[in-house]
Design a protein around this ligand. Structure first.
Ligand code: BES
Ligand code: MN
Ligand code: ZN
Length: 495
């Protein structure tokens, strides 16, 4: 993360560099800003009217200060109406405003905090931090021509530091975690084979103070993780299972497992994918990236629960040694799986990873995976398909998503569809046909959860953005990180 966040109790009329000016629908201004318009002899209101700024959330314009203020420029941003405004409106507005400020050459952006009904100032601040931090994210690691990096160095909230300190800390931890996940997703397959993902996870664990255990191929053979091994056997790069653990200082209030699909590149294997758009399959480890990001944040925030982050990493390649359709595998829990499509590899990895996590004695576990194209057909690019064996857990995740500004939509685990996974010669097969593909995949996973309370997030759509937006550029989004953080915080508070 490049932008730093602080707070100072100052008046907007005395700050330098760049000032953020929130505009409400109806072209009215936050009371704190009215004095500003007086000093500018009404020019602020006039410009807003001339530019046709209506206060719609995220609408943004950069204005001069006509030499009448210490500040060099104003970033005027729509923040909707005070009655209907949500935390996510603030998040998106601050994303757009920070981007505009950075593009205009601002180094410091001074920002008042608007009122959101039903939200503490602290939570408003957190949403602003998330918006500004994520909106100015860029992935420049592979550019050789020095692009002018974004100029923005800090955002200073015009508020009493002690009132927003917690919001800043939590927001920063969330931004760092999401940006870490984005970096991992955007990193190409040639630079992120499974062993490299394991190496990076190890480094992150070291820095964050997490325990880390990595299983290479030999260790996976000893463990009996036949499904993970099969997916990885066609690649020059061995599959790995990565196990991160966060333990709080005192007795943990509970223990949670987070499981991520880490396919560092998905060609489809012998059931090879069409060439068109295959490059996006470098992002087939977005679930793993989200889990690693969340683990970093959990350590930073010192939540009073134990958290196990488990990633099954493999590269799905076609090769003389690759697994084939018709192969029968033995999973970690002893069940046999008939492979119908080698392109349904994510559920194979997760099968063993879920069993492994369940055996850590967790109270509940949640997996994240770019699992099925069918889920994208069902919910589009914005929606995560949410499955779960426990109503309270599903509801809590939906609520967390609402607060995080991520869309999760409950999907069914209908027992009748379990029929579709019946195999001629093994206990189960790895595909259930085209119809209800996201549901079949989730039903497959359920067979490997060992009866532990479980939820599954199919993030195939939202993990990757086709276009840039107020919360970041095209590419990896880090979707799921914020939802999990808000979920874990609420879960912790309820214990
Ligand atoms: N990684 C893909 C799913 C995917 C598709 C993610 C589009 C993101 C965007 C997954 O491994 C896959 O190939 N799933 C198959 C399953 C099928 C063979 C049952 C699919 O969705 O077509
Ligand atoms: Mn696949
Ligand atoms: Zn895949």
């Amino acid at each position: 993360m490049t932008v730093r966040f602080t707070a100072e109790r100052r008046s907007p009329v005395e700050v330098t560099d760049t000032l953020l000016v929130p505009v409400e629908t109806g072209e009215s201004f936050d009371p704190s800003i009215q004095e500003l318009d007086r000093i500018l002899n009404g020019k602020l209101c006039e410009s807003v009217r001339d530019l046709g700024l209506t206060g719609r959330v995220g609408q943004v314009a950069v204005l001069s200060t006509w030499g009448q203020l210490p500040a060099q420029r104003l970033v005027v941003v729509g923040v909707g109406s005070p009655e209907t405004r949500t935390a996510d409106d603030i998040r998106r507005a601050w994303g757009a405003a920070a981007q505009a400020a950075a593009e205009a050459g601002a180094r410091t952006l001074y920002s008042p905090l608007p009122v959101v009904a039903g939200l503490e100032l602290d939570a408003v601040c957190r949403a602003s931090v998330e918006g500004a931090g994520l909106g100015t994210y860029r992935f420049l690691e592979y550019r050789t021509r020095m692009e002018p990096a974004l100029s923005l160095e800090q955002v200073v909230f015009l508020a009493a530091p002690e009132e927003v300190e917690r919001g800043i800390r939590r927001g920063e931890a969330a931004v760092e975690a999401v940006c870490l996940a984005r970096d991992l997703v955007n990193r190409p397959g040639n630079d992120l084979p499974p062993e490299r993902l394991a190496g990076l996870a190890w480094e992150i664990a070291e820095r964050a103070g997490l325990e880390c255990r990595v299983f290479d191929r030999g260790a996976l053979e000893e463990l009996g993780a036949g499904a993970i091994l099969a997916v990885g056997q066609g690649s020059r790069h061995e599959p790995h299972l990565i196990h991160l653990v966060y333990r709080p200082a005192g007795q943990p209030l509970a223990s949670v497992g987070l499981v991520g699909k880490g396919v560092t590149f998905d060609t489809g294997g012998i059931s090879i994918k069409p060439a068109e758009g295959m490059e996006r399959m470098k992002g087939d480890m977005a679930g793993a990236a989200a889990v690693i990001g969340v683990m970093q944040a959990v350590a930073k925030l010192r939540l009073p629960i134990a958290v196990h982050g488990v990633v099954a990493a493999a590269e799905n390649m076609p090769d003389g040694a690759a697994f084939r359709p018709g192969d029968i595998l033995r999973a970690l829990n002893g069940k046999t799986i008939e492979v119908i499509s080698t392109d349904a590899e994510g559920r194979l990895l997760l099968a063993d990873a879920l069993t492994y996590t369940a055996r850590q004695g967790v109270d509940l576990m949640i997996d994240l995976a770019t699992l099925t194209g069918a889920c994208v057909v069902a919910l589009g690019k914005q929606g995560t398909g949410l499955f779960g064996t426990d109503r309270a857990l599903v509801d809590a995740l939906v609520r967390a998503g609402e607060r995080a500004g991520e869309r999760l939509w409950p999907m069914p685990l209908w027992d009748e569809y379990r029929e579709l996974l019946k195999s001629e010669h093994a206990d189960i097969k790895n595909t259930g046909g085209r119809w209800g593909g996201a549901i079949n995949a989730a039903l497959f996973l359920r067979e490997f959860t060992e009866g532990v309370t479980w939820a599954h997030l199919d993030i195939a759509g939202p993990a990757w953005a086709e276009r840039s937006g107020p919360l970041g550029p095209a590419g990896g989004t880090g979707h799921g990180v914020r939802t999990l953080l808000y979920f874990l915080e609420e879960y912790t508070a309820g214990r």
